[in-house]
Design a protein around this ligand. Sequence first.
Ligand code: GDP
Ligand code: MN
Length: 350
Amino acid sequence: FFDKEISEPKKGTLARAPAQGADYDRANATLLVLVRNEELNQLLHTIRQIEEHWNSKFHYPYTFVNDQEFSAKFKQSVNAATSGKCNFVVIPKEIWDPPANIDMDKLFHEIDIMEEQQINYAGKLSYRNMCRFNSGYFYQLDFLKQFKWYWRFEPGTNYFCDIDYDLFKFMEENDKTYGFVISLYDAPQTVETLWPVTLDYVKKNPQFVHPNGAFKWLTENLQNPWHARATEGYSTCHFWSNFEIANMDFYRGEAYSGWIKSLEENGGFYYERWGDAPVHSVGIGLFEDKDKVHWFRDIGYEHSPYKNCPKSDKCSGCSAGDFGPGSLDDQNCMSNWIKLEMSNEQLAWY
Ligand code: GDP
Ligand code: MN
């Protein structure tokens, strides 16, 4: 499956001519990055690749988001590096900081325990703010309300392949909600109660569960069955959210936003450090049609240490078939997605 030479997009109608200056009829979309002033160099490194491989043909706007003011140097530098309009948004404190229901003494106690277990980012409050913001708040920012689609990226990531079609229009025209490149397992200790809290919500709101959800992928972990025990039922499989292209109207809908509210009441974003990747993934897996999830296997991508390097003459700078440490059956949950959730129709498309 992964050794095949690929050339996408497969349907002629999905290809988009390079943008004709400002006249190109773009989708209602933005490139989106949450970033700190100190990360400017890594950010420019990634923007150059996104521009070279894709956006220089389409000129989509960028939205830079920060919990602090962006410096003049930051704004100047990214403006000079991009072919689309740049927007800068500062997150209001009342959205970024822990909400009033968080017991800070309890939080510091939980942080001590997680630090002893050597969980990544155990001690960082800002990391929790970031995960919670990316889970339930970015799409609610006033500035972002005008947009339907976003492509999230991160400073320091690499893009290896030329992409000569409009990814946003691909999503739109094929009625997709969520697009990803890499799928992984998570550390169960960071999502111990996410699943039971979610099941509570689902019991109270059964109408929100999509009949064609990705239930097996969410509950069956073919390689590490103990994950589902540590989490009372969640496989820990998730789409790695440092790259994602998705429709924000899904998050804004009743099912997902009601669920976020109930997650907030539980406090697990702080006490357990729930990541935005498992939260997006559980939300999509339960409340959306799994056929509306698209695997962008043609996007050569790296967020250290994992990568996706397709066999294609459109790619350079990585070795075909290299997924980073571990095999596809080990840390990487992609094979579960393919085996458990892809329809015959989807498989045939690939
Ligand atoms: P990791 O990918 O899980 O290791 O987490 P990162 O450190 O890469 O953070 C994820 C994203 O959030 C990156 O785009 C960071 O630039 C951004 N980020 C993380 N913490 C903060 C923060 O405190 N402030 C801002 N403005 N951005 C942050
Ligand atoms: Mn990162």
